[in-house]
Design a protein around this ligand. Structure first.
Ligand code: MLT
Length: 263
């Protein structure tokens, strides 16, 4: 994976394909860019595909106390500037969707289109914020094995394939407890993105696993209802990580969207 010091930290990213249109993938918590391998394979024939690791997750550098969405959006912008990519289609899943909202607020002109996958627009309530702090502290104390035990059943639908369960665990175990804690603290501080929905002026796709228990289909419907012209696609036989659990259906929706974007 290429690496560069950007925005004051070491950022690692996957860089595939060579088309003139770019697609940027923003990963879920507490995983890394490796969750997008099937989507990179589907898109790289026609597009330049970029997928970065956030600070402290995957290979990227040490995080601060909180990886705020504001800070991570700055990392994405610094990476795209480094790669001389001025416009892109952006696809974010869950925490990656929160980051896509923040990136849109900071740099709407960057977006050729946006895909919000298994995510939600609202901010956390107070009990939700307190739970994230508790999770952050426990992750620092007990380590990534505990994080994987906690998260994998929430990320996947009940009865998910053993190979998919193993893959999700591995993606989590590649991170660091500090990165997990920082991401939780950053997500707790994220602003409400509901007011952002009506400001989105680029083509938008909303994708959700039919069995997503973390950000259920009702959340996807709210995003699709709030963004003018957004298309909603429900992925059957998939939970929260719909891109890994049903890659055929996910890739069909995403490639049709990306290939159909105006130049
Ligand atoms: C994710 O999948 O990125 C997270 O679980 C989202 C969250 O914790 O809100």
């Amino acid at each position: 994976m290429p690496v560069a010091t950007l925005n004051g930290t070491e950022i690692h990213w996957r860089d595939a394909g060579s088309g003139s249109s770019a697609v940027v993938f923003l990963h879920a918590f507490p995983l890394h860019s490796g969750m997008w391998t099937r989507q990179i394979a589907a898109l790289e024939r026609k597009h330049r595909v970029i997928a970065l690791d956030y600070r402290g997750l995957g290979k990227s550098g040490t995080p601060p106390e909180a990886s705020t969405l504001d800070l991570l959006a700055g990392d994405v912008r610094a990476l795209l500037a480094h790669l001389r990519i001025g416009r892109a289609a952006v696809a974010g899943l869950s925490m990656g969707g929160y980051l896509a909202f923040e990136l849109y607020r900071q740099a709407p002109g960057l977006f050729r289109g946006v895909a919000f996958c298994d995510t939600k627009a609202g901010a956390d309530d107070e009990p939700g914020k307190a739970n994230r702090e508790k999770f952050a502290r426990t992750a620092l104390e007990k380590g990534l094995g505990w994080v994987a035990d906690e998260m994998v059943p929430k990320l996947l639908r009940p009865g998910a394939d053993a190979a998919v369960v193993k893959e999700a665990r591995h993606l989590i175990l590649d991170g660091t407890p500090a990165g997990v804690a920082a991401a939780q603290r950053g997500m707790a501080r994220r602003p409400d993105s509901v007011p952002t929905l009506a400001t989105i002026g680029c083509p938008a796709l909303v994708v959700v696993g039919a069995e997503d228990g973390m950000t259920p289909p009702v959340e996807a419907k709210k995003i699709a209802a709030g963004v003018k012209g957004a298309k909603l696609v429900t992925i059957p036989d998939a939970g929260h990580l719909s891109n890994i659990e049903n890659p055929e259906a996910f890739n069909a929706a995403l490639t049709a969207f990306v290939d159909g974007l105006p130049a």
